[in-house]
Write a protein that binds this ligand. Structure first.
Ligand SMILES: *Cc1c(COP(=O)(O)O)cnc(C)c1O
Length: 235
């Protein structure tokens, strides 16, 4: 059975508090870090909970799953894609999502830009970078990020708001820390070189959001700590 709203609220309160504490510890203003609840594999009611709690957006990692859920809820939240996007789904993703965090290769740029143009919108995107050099993760290689950014900046209907990464799975918190520090350093270099703010750093999940905040995260994507464990399929 899906958790009750009260259970969700208690979890969201706890995570919100932990985010504030991590900000203070890092000498940052708590308002600088957004909590993005990750609703993948959860029922559409998860989006209702998020809206009722007053958070502005949810993260989903599959296009089709998000479409099905959006059809089942009136929740006034923004929907963000945080999972790998196949090129043949770029068009529908541009239509269905309010932001795409997982733009990881140049091949996606044209279909996304074209779809956004046809929809008469500017699509906010983040570039996903494999900052931890994890063979099991998607994301542009660190070396390829400048070219990907340059190409993305040339697409008039895409707005590059920043970078996203997923740290390698590891029991050593230093692995995540190094990954997040690498993404922030890359962001600083790219922002200076291309003269764009790239103010969003989407990094940190249930197991590593505190470290991510210490390293400059502006959006933490949290699923398990809010909704409980997922069935293996959705991991
Ligand atoms: C599932 C997922 C999350 C949330 O992970 P938790 O460990 O459940 O907090 C965050 N980011 C991405 C890209 C995900 O796929």
């Amino acid at each position: 059975m899906f958790l009750s709203y009260e259970a969700f609220r208690a979890a969201a309160d706890a995570i919100s508090k932990a985010i504030v504490e991590a900000c203070i510890e890092a000498g940052r203003r708590p308002g600088e870090v957004q909590l993005l609840p990750v609703t993948k594999t959860q029922p559409a009611a998860a989006a209702d909970y998020v809206a009722r709690y007053g958070l502005p957006a949810v993260g989903e990692n599959r296009v089709q799953e998000a479409i099905e859920k959006r059809a089942q809820t009136q929740a006034s939240v923004r929907w963000e894609l945080i999972g790998h996007l196949q090129s043949n789904k770029a068009r529908i993703a541009a239509q269905q999502f309010d932001r795409i965090q997982s733009v990881d290769r140049a091949k996606l740029l044209d279909p996304l830009d074209r779809a956004a143009a046809e929809l008469g919108k500017t699509l906010p995107v983040l570039l996903q970078v494999n900052a931890g050099r994890d063979p099991a993760k998607f994301g542009a290689e660190l070396e390829d990020a400048p070219q990907l950014l340059e190409q993305a900046l040339g697409r008039p209907h895409l707005r590059v708001e920043g970078l996203m990464t997923i740290a390698p799975l590891s029991s050593d918190p230093e692995v995540a820390r190094r990954t997040f520090a690498a993404l922030r350093t890359l962001r600083d270099e790219l922002a200076a070189r291309f003269g764009v703010p790239l103010s969003e750093l989407s990094m940190g999940m249930t197991s590593d959001f505190r470290v991510a905040i210490a390293e400059g995260s502006t959006t933490v994507r949290v699923g398990t700590a809010l909704f409980g464990a997922r069935a293996a399929l959705g991991q």
